[in-house]
Design a protein around this ligand. Structure first.
Ligand code: V0D
Length: 262
């Protein structure tokens, strides 16, 4: 058992056993995707530079990764950097691009220990070499792990992903690799960056924004959404549990053959 989770269990010991039991007795979402929003606002509220919020947000990635893994989540996708984020001040972008190195510098041994496989989706070409080096090293060192997949969306944009998929479909049709009559939802999805992954079952977005912001547009077609006002640096284990509980409540009511509130 992971230390941080033990700590959390101790903290809320009276309620914990029952709630954890209940949670793990119901289906845990296989794939959770999170839009980690509100780091800048968190910093502003404390009169800190925006980068302080990003740094605090990175610590939250660790604790949420630990809990997701502990709960048996199969894939955790985290939106770390969008193709739109390049519009931010250079100093902030430069700082963000150092976070993967810092994160992995201390956390990679634990990820290896916990059998987590690191993957990334996004456009690699415009990322700085030092960022790519750190991420590729983590991907390489964890490639044989068969536990949870920790998938970072880095320089990712969903419309560009779909347009690229279409281009590659056309290329394969031209080259006779794909018969156009065999193009369907399933074959198309093999041209997306998520071809190895299942579609997310649960999407979480923090910081009170109720929109998708060009995140996994194809893959989220049937996903349950959970929004919270909580800013990402304030997001903790309790919030993840709450989101999963909401997911379980909904899938119990609407899932399978049951109709609404029967
Ligand atoms: C800042 C909140 C971990 C969102 C979380 C490059 C914004 C902290 C990573 C990370 C960021 C990425 C790849 C990897 C290992 C770790 C990260 C970025 C921003 C943008 F292999 N946190 N994190 N990457 N933030």
């Amino acid at each position: 058992m992971i230390n941080k989770l033990k700590q959390w269990k101790r903290k809320s010991s009276s309620e914990f056993d029952e709630r954890y039991q209940e949670l793990t007795n119901h289906p845990i979402p296989n794939h959770i995707a999170i839009i980690m929003d509100g780091n800048g606002r968190w910093a502003k509220k404390r009169a800190l530079p925006r980068v302080a919020g990003h740094h605090e947000g990175m610590k939250v990635v660790r604790k949420i990764t630990r809990l997701a893994n502990e709960l048996g989540v199969k894939t955790l996708t985290l939106y770390a950097f969008s193709t739109e984020n390049w519009k931010r001040p250079k100093i902030e972008v430069d700082y963000l691009m150092k976070l993967p190195e810092e994160f992995l510098g201390t956390f990679l041994p634990e990820l290896i220990e916990e059998n987590v496989r690191v993957t990334m989706m996004g456009y690699e070409d415009s990322l700085p070499p030092h960022t790519l080096r750190a991420v590729h090293n983590a991907i390489e060192k964890t490639k044989d792990n068969d536990g949870m997949i920790l998938n970072f969306a880095l320089n990712y944009g969903a419309r560009a992903e779909i347009v690229d998929a279409v281009k590659n479909v056309l290329k394969d049709v031209e080259n006779g690799i794909l018969d156009k009559n065999n193009l369907n939802e399933e074959t198309f999805s093999n041209y997306l960056m998520t071809k190895e992954l299942s579609d997310p079952d649960l999407l979480i977005r923090t910081s009170g924004e109720i929109r998708l912001s060009n995140f996994m547009l194809w893959q989220l077609a049937y996903t349950e959404f959970w929004f919270t006002e909580t800013l990402w640096p304030d997001f903790d284990e309790q919030h993840l549990v709450e989101a999963i509980e909401a997911f379980q409540g909904r899938s119990r009511r609407f899932g399978g053959l049951q109709s609404e509130e029967s």
